[in-house]
Ligand binder design. Sequence first.
Ligand code: SF4
Length: 274
Amino acid sequence: MALLRAQEIANASRNAPGAEALEAKETGREHWLSSANGRLVGRPDLIHGDAVIDYKTGEVHEQGDSSVAKASYVRQLQIYAFLARERMGKWPARGVLLPMAGPPLEIDLEPAACERAASEALHLLDNYNHKIEAGGLPASLANPSPEACKWCPYQILCPAFWMAAGDSWIEQLGTAAIGGTAPAAPRPIYGGAALALLLSADNGTGPLGEVTLAPLSPEVHTSLVLVQAGMCVRVTGLARRADGTVVPTMRSVIARSEDVPNLTISDQTVPQER
Ligand code: SF4
């Protein structure tokens, strides 16, 4: 789907002004590009003509401002342009963000800005590696935010996520994540076809307090059968109803806190809080 949409735009751009700036033989689809001895890598969906094209499943504008492209996507395109220039010897002039629905969003790619974005990325990488070498808390390596964590599959076990996630996150995160104590084991509902789990939630995006999660399938959420009264449980990927209550989905992940692995840096072991 991504490539079909990208090709659609590529076809449309063949006759666009500047499209001849890079030769057709330089067109690349999902090719890994690298620089700085492999420290900077990227795989744009398509490079065609004078454009770097990247498909996006979600919103391409900053929240609340339909005239501004997301800064993280602009940075991504700038780094792709830097990598493309290293490979091809020419700067792409345009970046194109291609959403699933709606028109493409074009971004001018200034060489100086692209070089700056690449340099900043390498600087961040070096800082990150120095932090790992120095040891410390795993959470200190992370930079959690609703936008960064939204699609991250590690929410359930990430200490930085649970330290930072609060009720102000819920709109941008798109799903709810709560942690708390189960006052009782999950109870059967619908004649035993599903389970309901009551949580006294005191952590995460909310809702906090007494929260009932149902219906839950024991075949999907296999950890449920192990939950006993008094155990701490984390749940991520809950859908939010208009009235603020939450409901489990196929994306929901449930784990007993005691099953969440401890994360380590170097030879340090850091127990999870709950
Ligand atoms: S959940 Fe943790 S690992 Fe994932 S993006 Fe957020 S801070 Fe990073």
